[in-house]
Design a protein around this ligand. Structure first.
Ligand code: NAG
Ligand code: NAG
Ligand code: NAG
Length: 405
C-alpha cells in the first residue's frame, strides 16, 4: 500500500492539540471511514462534514469588479485528440484498490480537449454572464489544506477529516476565496479555478458548449500514445532535470520546499507541454473532474474485456451507468510519491459530485464538429495508425526522454 498508516498516525498525533480536542468532542458520525490506500485523496468530501448553509448573498463580486481591467489571456484554446484505439488502465497498477487496472482497449472518436485547466478568469466570465453560484458558496464552506489557512481562520474551525487531518472544512472558502474568507483571487486570475464541484464544472462546460471529458478520453490524451507509462512523457519524474508538473516537494504535509517553483496552484500555462498535443498540467497542479461515475472494479464491465477484437471494442465508453461518486484524474500540487502517488495518467480518485476542494478543478472537452463528415475509410485509417503505434515502445514527445523504469 502506498498510503502509510504510520505517518498518518504520526500526523494525527502531532496535529495541534486544540484541534484534536475539538475533533474528539465533535460528532464522529460525520467522519468518512478511512479507506485503505485512500490517503485522503477523496476525503475532502461533503459526506464528511455537516452542511453549513451560507447566508447566501453577498459572497460576492468584489473580486469580479477588478477583473475586466486586467489584461490576462483567457487560456481557452483547445487541441484535437485523434480518433483511434487507445490503451487505458494499467498492466502493473500501482494502487490496485483504485481500479488502475486492468489494462484494456477502447475506441475513441476524434475529440477536442482544453489545452489548459479552466482558469479563474474563465470562470469569472461565466459567473459574470450567468450569475452562477457554485455549490461551495451555497453550502457555505469548502475544503482547504491546513498549511494554507491563516491562523485566525483556523482557530474558528472545529472539525477535520479523520482519515486526512490536513483537510479542514473552511467556512467562506470558495472559488473567489481559495484559502478562506480572508483570501482572494486578484493575483490568481491565470490559476486554475478551484472549489468547484462536479456539478459546477459541468455547468461551466455546458455554458461553453463543451462537456467534461470522459475518463477514457482524458486518460488516452494523457498517455500521449505511449504504452502504459507513468507520465505523458515517459517514466521519469523530472526528465533532463526539468520540472514538467506541479506536485508537492518535501515531506507532506509539514514541509513544502517548492522545488518545482510553486507551493500550491500554479498558473494554467506553467511548465512545458506535457503531451504532443500541447496539453498543459494534465498531471499535477489540480485534480480534474471527468464525466464518469466512479467504480474501482472494472471486471464486471463487459465493455472492458482486454482481448476484444478491434471491431468489438467499446466506442467512446462513458463508465458505469450510475454511482455515488465521480472520477477525478491527474493528481494535484498536494501529491508526493510517499503520500499520494496519484500524479500519473493511470491514477484515479473520486469525490461526490457536490464536493469541492482547494486542489480540485477541471478542463472541458467537446465532440469533433467534423464527426458527421467522417467516412469509414477515414476511421479505419486512424484506427490502424494508432493500433500499429501501440507496438512501438516509445512514440515520444522528445527522443531525449529515456525511460527509467
Ligand atoms: C488580496 O490578497 C492579497 C494577498 O494575497 C492582498 O495583498 C490584497 O490586499 C487582497 N486584495 C483584496 C481586494 O482583498
Ligand atoms: C505546445 O503546444 C502548443 C499547442 O497547445 C503548440 O502551439 C506549441 O508549439 C507547443 N510547444 C512546444 C515547445 O512544442
Ligand atoms: C472519404 O475519405 C477519403 C479519404 O480522406 C476521401 O478521399 C473521400 O473522398 C471520402 N469520401 C466521402 C464520401 O466523403
Amino acid at each position: 500500500m502506498i498510503c502509510r498508516w504510520q505517518s498518518l498516525i504520526f500526523n494525527i498525533l502531532i496535529f495541534n492539540a486544540f484541534l484534536l480536542t475539538k475533533i474528539q468532542s465533535g460528532s464522529h458520525d460525520t467522519f468518512k471511514k478511512p479507506e485503505t490506500s485512500d490517503c485522503g485523496c477523496s476525503a475532502a468530501n461533503r459526506q464528511t462534514t455537516t452542511k453549513a448553509k451560507a447566508d447566501s448573498d453577498s459572497k460576492n463580486p468584489e473580486v469580479l469588479k477588478s477583473i475586466n481591467s486586467k489584461n490576462i489571456k483567457l487560456y481557452d484554446e483547445m487541441v484535437p485528440v485523434e480518433g483511434g484505439i487507445y490503451g487505458i488502465g494499467s498492466y502493473k497498477p500501482i494502487i490496485p484498490a483504485d481500479g488502475e487496472g486492468p489494462a484494456r482497449k477502447v475506441k475513441l472518436a476524434r475529440f477536442w480537449l482544453d489545452v489548459h485547466e479552466v482558469s479563474n478568469l474563465q470562470f469569472s466570465e461565466f459567473v459574470q454572464q450567468t450569475g452562477y453560484v457554485t455549490e461551495a458558496e451555497r453550502f457555505g464552506n469548502s475544503y482547504v489544506i491546513e498549511t494554507f489557512i491563516s491562523e485566525e481562520v483556523k482557530s474558528s474551525i472545529n472539525q477535520a477529516v479523520a482519515a486526512a487531518p490536513w483537510w479542514l472544512p473552511v467556512n467562506g472558502a470558495d472559488w473567489m476565496h481559495p484559502t478562506g474568507p480572508d483570501s482572494n483571487i486578484t493575483h490568481l486570475m491565470d490559476h486554475p479555478v478551484v472549489h468547484v464541484s462536479w456539478n459546477d464544472a459541468t455547468a461551466f462546460c455546458k455554458w461553453k458548449s463543451k462537456r467534461l471529458p470522459r475518463e477514457a478520453e482524458w486518460e488516452s490524451a494523457c498517455r500521449n500514445n505511449k504504452q502504459d507509462r507513468l507520465f505523458p512523457w515517459g517514466n521519469l519524474e523530472k526528465p533532463k532535470d526539468h520540472h514538467y508538473m506541479n506536485i508537492w516537494h518535501g515531506s507532506f504535509p509539514t514541509e513544502n520546499t517548492k522545488d518545482d517553483g510553486y507551493a500550491s496552484t500554479c498558473p494554467v500555462w506553467s511548465y512545458p507541454n506535457q503531451t504532443t498535443h500541447g496539453l498543459k498540467n494534465m498531471i499535477g497542479n489540480v485534480w480534474e473532474w471527468v464525466a464518469d461515475w466512479w467504480q474501482a472494479n472494472h471486471h464486471h464491465h463487459q465493455d472492458h474485456h482486454p482481448d476484444r477484437h478491434q471491431e468489438e471494442l467499446p466506442v467512446n465508453p462513458a463508465g458505469p451507468p450510475g454511482g455515488s461518486d465521480k472520477v477525478k484524474k491527474g493528481g494535484s500540487f498536494m501529491c508526493t510519491k510517499q503520500h499520494c502517488y496519484r500524479y500519473r495518467c493511470g491514477a484515479r480518485s473520486s469525490n461526490t459530485p457536490d464536493s469541492s476542494a482547494y486542489n480540485l478543478g477541471f478542463r472541458c472537452a467537446r465532440d469533433d464538429d467534423d464527426d458527421s463528415n467522417d467516412n469509414d475509410s477515414n476511421d479505419n485509417d486512424d484506427v490502424e495508425d494508432i493500433h500499429n503505434s501501440e507496438n512501438t515502445e516509445d512514440v515520444v514527445v522528445n527522443n531525449a526522454y529515456k525511460d527509467e523504469i
